[in-house]
Every structure is written in structure tokens, then in C-alpha cells.
Design a binder for this molecule. Structure first.
Ligand SMILES: O=C(O)CCC(=O)C(=O)O
Length: 258
């Protein structure tokens, strides 16, 4: 389904965009699901400052669970990560946490427990138009690999409260690529890739699906137990599902917990 060029793009630059993978009516149905989740979890009666950033919303909503076995996501992920990949979890964002309206440069994980050979991957469905200055995710292509990854540690330090302009420039000026999206686009990115968002605005509804290869080494297991412990406690929706792809994503995973 993916071309060799798309696969090479993901591995070389650390991300891949599939434009208009979902048609307008499909994107609208996903927006309705995100709105319904927001209303259920958090509707403060029109309080414009309310926002939601929650895990396990996807797992609780059958219409969102179907995304996991959808060819456009399941097959593409298996081509990027290998056929034996696992579910790591989900996030749904609705609105903006004011503390993160600018989400400074970082990778997902810790400097002390990096395993760049284990490509934890996020699939992002941005359900509102995102542009460079107004909330599009920015990435530094190729920064998921050493030695470039390591040379950007000052950005991770800045994210955690260190010198805010370690290379003598502010975050928004960092040499990078803004992935501007429209509803229906899919963005896959390796979580070791340095990424940031500036100028989030509006409802900014986003569905995030997280996957990784089935961990084979003790180091990878330890990293996941530390950084993504929910991966080892599959939600009931996986356990009771009769759908082969859904079952496979968490098959035997509980045995790896410790
Ligand atoms: O909001 C986004 O687009 C990306 C969020 C982010 O940086 C993260 O989840 O690590």
C-alpha cells in the first residue's frame, strides 16, 4: 500500500504524511466522535477555556477503535514498523491547554533511556486545519537518529526549563519543517523525532494512535514499562474484541508486564 519512497521517507526523515487518506465525510464522523467525547468528559456548559487531553478515549468509542484495523492505518503501520507491531495507547485532544499553546521542542522520552532503534510511532489525525503559525506540528527532519539526535539535546533541556534559546534562536525560528494539515490527512512520526507546536488555536481536535514493534529485548521492554506502562494492560475493548487485527495488537502483551 505504501510506496518504497514513502517508507524510505519515514525512515530517513522520521515522519510521513498521507494526504487526504480520509474523505470529508469520514473526517466529519471523526470530528463528531471527538466532540461527543469532549461533551461526555468535560463539557462545562460552554466554558470556552475548557480543554481535554485524555488517554483511552479511543478505546472507549467503537467508531474510533475501528481506526486501528483500518487498512490506511493498520497496513501502513505494518509496512513502517514490521508486521508484528503492538498497541501502545491513544490520546484525544480537544481545545488547548494554555500552558501548552506553544509546545516547545522535545522528543517523547528521556535522554537517559533512549533506544533510538525502537521506533515508537504516533499516528496523528488533525481534525482541524493546521497551519505553520497556528498549531501545525513542526519537526526537525532526521532528528530521530544519532548523532543528530544527541546534538539536539539542548532543545530537550530547554523544554525541561533550561536555556530557552540554546542555539541562539527562539523555538519558532528553529530550522524545521511545519507539517500543515487539513482534516483527512494522516501524519506518522517517530517519537524520537524532535517536534514542537507554536500558536495553537481554536478547538484543535486531534486523535493520536500510538504503536511500536513488539519489544524483543529487555532494554526495549524496560523502556516501555517505564514510559508507556498502559501498553501492558490492554483496555477491555481489546480483550473482548473478536476482530483479528485488534486482538493481534495486544496479543500476549500482558505476559511481558512485570
Ligand atoms: O499537539 C501536537 O500536535 C503534538 C503534541 C506533542 O508534541 C506531543 O504529544 O508530544
Amino acid at each position: 500500500m505504501l510506496s518504497d519512497e514513502q517508507i524510505a521517507h519515514f525512515h530517513t526523515f522520521g515522519f510521513l504524511v498521507m494526504r487526504q487518506a480520509f474523505a470529508t465525510d469520514e473526517a466529519e464522523a471523526l470530528i463528531s466522535e471527538a466532540d461527543a467525547a469532549y461533551a461526555e468528559k468535560l463539557d462545562r456548559g460552554g466554558d470556552e477555556s475548557a480543554y481535554l487531553w485524555a488517554s483511552e478515549v479511543v478505546e472507549e468509542r467503537p467508531a474510533l477503535m475501528r481506526l486501528l484495523e483500518d487498512d490506511r492505518i493498520y497496513l501502513a503501520t505494518s509496512e513502517l514498523l514490521g508486521e508484528d507491531f503492538i498497541w501502545i495507547g491513544s490520546e484525544v485532544m480537544w481545545g488547548i491547554d494554555p500552558k501548552l499553546a506553544d509546545h516547545t521542542w522535545h522528543f517523547d522520552g528521556h535522554k537517559t533511556s533512549r533506544h533510538l532503534d525502537y521506533p515508537r510511532t504516533k499516528v496523528m489525525l488533525y481534525l482541524d486545519q493546521q497551519r505553520r503559525e497556528t498549531g501545525a506540528i513542526r519537526v526537525i527532519p532526521g532528528s530521530h537518529r544519532d548523532p543528530f539526535h544527541r546534538s539536539l539535546f539542548p532543545l530537550q533541556d530547554a523544554h525541561l526549563g533550561g536555556d530557552p534559546s540554546p542555539f541562539g534562536i527562539d523555538g519558532p525560528e528553529m530550522p524545521a519543517c511545519a507539517i500543515e494539515t487539513d482534516p483527512g490527512d494522516l501524519v506518522f512520526f517517530n517519537q524520537w523525532l524532535y517536534h514542537a507546536v507554536y500558536g495553537k488555536t481554536g478547538k484543535r481536535r486531534v486523535i493520536v494512535l500510538k504503536f511500536g514493534p513488539r519489544p524483543k529485548t529487555e532494554a526495549h521492554l524496560a523502556m516501555l514499562r517505564d514510559g508507556a506502562p498502559n501498553a501492558f494492560k490492554p483496555h477491555a475493548s481489546f480483550l473482548k474484541s473478536g476482530r483479528p487485527r485488534i486482538r493481534r495488537l495486544t496479543e500476549e502483551i500482558g505476559k511481558l508486564a512485570r
